[in-house]
Design a protein around this ligand. Structure first.
Ligand code: UT7
Length: 336
């Protein structure tokens, strides 16, 4: 068995800043409500004609990650691409990255685990590197939420939360030192699949049926979220899976140098922080400026924290996510 580590990180967000006041022009909402309930002040949205898409933002983030890892695109052995908002129904974003980055005919795998997507994708990369099958795996989380949200008052409970962006990590074989990705821990509970979901278009509910029914209220092609139910489950599962990861490595909460929770809602991160009695310096949040970017949120935050010098060699970094499925997971990393 080999060990693995993150050799490079990168992130990209579109230039177009959308404030809470901007959204209040489109729907019945206001800055005070959004900030109080979610902590979000602004988010980024792709602007028509700016050349961005889910895969293109992924490529921009990946290009930075590869540069920082000091490796060329042709050295990547596998792409794992996490998104809930792909450019196309099929094929997935991974193959587009393979093409756009001029990589060899390497495997490209898409992961569909929504807010837990990056942790799931990282876990897949970790296994392939640890078994010795691959040396460098490119992991991307990217989302174009703004392309598919309901920006009328009907959709306000969901649409104010989500933002666009991408983050990437190169997971490499570790022959340098001890440490790296110590373990990952993944879970699902499909009985709650409808609580945060997008029902169609899908093979259960295809386009002609949607057009024929002409739905006015429960529009199936916009996401649905039972916000309070998701919130209540999230705080429990975040805490559980962080503890599970620490215990698997004989570590405790006091060993954490930086917790990077999926940026679902600032109130959720604060709840977890209070539960574990962590200081402000031990928890990284950037939802205030980017909103919830689903599969992209952890790699954007990790990359940004690294740029700010908050992720240093020897640090214990804990990643944790929860979201649609429900799915949740954590990763315990001794940074190299
Ligand atoms: O990342 C994936 C996982 N997702 C999450 O973890 C999200 C978890 N849930 C949440 O973050 C919160 O539940 C929300 C931020 C989505 C909603 O906050 P809440 O405190 O649970 O509000 P609520 O849904 O109970 O709505 C309270 C009121 C309602 O009005 P009434 O029925 O009390 O008159 C809503 O219609 O707020 C209203 N409301 C809004 N008002 C202004 C809902 N959305 C908005 C809005 N602006 N954008």
């Amino acid at each position: 068995m080999y060990t693995s580590y993150i050799s490079g990180l990168g992130h990209y967000v579109p230039e177009n800043v959308v404030t809470n006041d901007d959204l209040a022009q489109l729907m019945d909402t206001n800055d005070a409500w959004i900030q109080e309930r979610t902590g979000i002040k602004e988010r980024r949205h792709i602007k028509k004609g700016d050349g961005n898409s889910t895969s293109i933002m992924g490529v921009k983030a990946a290009t930075i990650a590869l540069e920082r890892a000091g490796i060329q695109p042709e050295e990547i052995d596998l792409i794992v691409f996490a998104t809930l908002s792909p450019d196309m129904y099929f094929p997935g974003g991974g193959v587009q990255v393979q093409d756009l980055m001029g990589m060899r005919t390497i495997p490209a795998l898409d992961v569909r685990n929504q807010c837990s997507g990056f942790v799931y994708a990282l876990s897949v990369a970790d296994q392939f590197v640890k078994t010795g099958m691959y040396k460098h795996v490119l992991v991307i989380g990217s989302e174009n939420h703004s392309g598919g949200l309901d920006f009328t008052t009907r959709g306000r409970g969901v649409s104010v939360i989500f933002g666009d962006g991408a983050g990437a990590a190169v997971v490499s074989r570790n022959d340098k030192d001890k440490g790296g990705i110590l373990s990952t821990h993944l879970h699902s509970e499909g009985k709650h699949k409808d609580e945060l979901s997008l029902q169609g278009p899908s093979t259960n509910y295809w386009v002609p049926q949607i057009i024929a029914e002409d739905p006015q209220d429960d529009i199936p092609y916009y996401p649905y979220m039972n916000g309070q139910f998701v919130f209540k489950n999230a705080v429990v599962r975040f805490a559980e899976v962080i503890k599970e990861g620490l215990e698997a490595n004989q570590l405790s909460v006091s060993d954490i140098d930086l917790l990077i929770p999926h940026q679902a809602n600032l109130r959720i991160s604060q709840f977890v922080q209070r539960k574990f009695k962590l200081s402000d310096d031990q928890v990284y949040n950037n939802i205030q400026k980017f909103g919830n970017t689903t599969a992209a949120s952890i790699p954007i935050a990790l990359s940004e924290a690294w740029e700010e010098g908050k992720v240093k060699s020897g640090d214990l970094i804990v990643l944790a996510a929860f979201g649609s499925g429900f799915t949740w997971g954590s990763a315990i990393i001794r940074w190299i």
